[in-house]
Design a protein around this ligand. Structure first.
Ligand SMILES: [Zn+2]
Length: 340
């Protein structure tokens, strides 16, 4: 079961912004902190971050055990949502926790103290990405024991299993991204379980949906990809959900004409699905600043998509709210500063 932690990082205290830039916007170089990181922690971190650079955040003990208790529920694969406030009162970062450790010395070396306490309950992060989801949108999931609607009560919190699952559904995070990759034994068990039941039922539903949507959107033997504008034989085209399928409500899934577009499997479908490419609020196709540079993904964007407009965005005004969702939640945008 994947839990979701809520982490406020609003610029109420000036130190927050400084800390945020130091270890969330930028990763730290582990080698610089050889004296502060004990050998066992360093070995684990080297495995997780072969490049030697890691992003992390920390919690101070505080007066009650609330923060420590919440932190102790975190494990590899847990998700964390950073609330950075601003006029839209938004959560702007979603990340996956890779490792937790208590480390007083590293906390003191990295950050200022919190009323005399170091932020020593650490959690390290991976897949740190920009989102833009307001507090108001998430009220059904995040209204927990403290009322997050009130500034002064907003604190670190870990959601229970039910709320975590609801929130991850809302954000369209697929099941396979909610847990770390299984080891060999876990893989064997998963394959076995899949043969037994749920995977097969899921696949059947998914195939039915896909074939209905394809028939709806792709009339003839060929059609035009809504992203690259090239004409393909129908076997090379998918009905792609503009807003992630997992995040759609039933009503949205039934909104078939607006919620899906045609995307070619030659590259457009994969780049859009991963958030490396999105459609902005002028209907233009844009590249994520986080896309791996100089690789074939980048080549594809430059030769096939750069400067293009998305035909679906112009043809179907009702699709724009789904493109907007993808832009705010799936697209790998630049990390913003707290308070903006
Ligand atoms: Zn295409």
């Amino acid at each position: 079961m994947t839990v979701v932690a809520l982490q406020p990082a609003t610029p109420g205290k000036r130190a927050t912004v400084k800390n945020y830039v130091k270890t969330i916007i930028n990763p730290i170089n582990l080698t610089t902190y050889t004296n502060e990181i004990p050998a066992d922690q360093m070995a684990a971190l080297r495995d997780l971050y072969p490049g030697g650079h890691a992003r992390l955040w920390g919690l101070s003990p505080g007066k009650s055990p609330v923060k420590r208790d919440g932190w102790s529920q975190l494990s590899p694969g847990s998700k964390v949502l950073f609330y950075t406030g601003g006029s839209t009162r938004s959560f702007t970062v979603l990340a996956t926790i890779t490792y937790t450790a208590e480390n007083d010395a590293l906390a003191r070396a990295l950050w200022s103290l919190d009323n005399g306490d170091p932020f020593k309950y650490l959690y390290f992060l991976d897949d740190v990405r920009s989102i833009n989801v307001t507090y108001d949108e998430l009220i059904p999931y995040i209204r927990t024991r403290t009322d997050w609607g009130l500034n002064h009560l907003r604190g670190f919190d870990v959601l229970d299993a039910k709320r975590s699952a609801g929130l991850l559904d809302y954000l369209g995070i697929p099941e396979e991204d909610r847990t770390p990759a299984p080891d060999q034994a876990g893989y064997g068990a998963a394959v076995h379980q899949g043969i037994e039941s749920t995977d097969r039922a899921y696949t059947a539903v998914y195939r039915k949906e896909q074939s209905y949507l394809r028939a709806l959107l792709i009339g003839g033997e060929t059609a035009i990809c809504d992203l690259c504008g090239r004409e393909f034989g129908r076997q090379y085209l998918r009905a792609a959900h503009i807003k992630k399928r997992a995040a759609c409500t039933e009503a949205e899934r039934l909104d078939a004409h607006s919620v899906a577009m045609i995307a070619c499997i030659f590259g457009c479908d994969a780049l859009y699905e991963s958030g490396d490419v999105a459609v902005n609020d002028h209907g233009q196709i844009v590249r994520s600043p986080a896309m791996r540079p100089h690789g074939p993904e980048d080549d594809y964007f430059r030769t096939v998509l750069k400067g293009r407009q998305c035909s679906k965005w112009f043809a179907a005004a009702a699709s724009r709210e789904y493109f907007d969702w993808h832009w705010r939640v799936t697209f790998k945008n630049t990390l913003g500063m707290p308070g903006h």
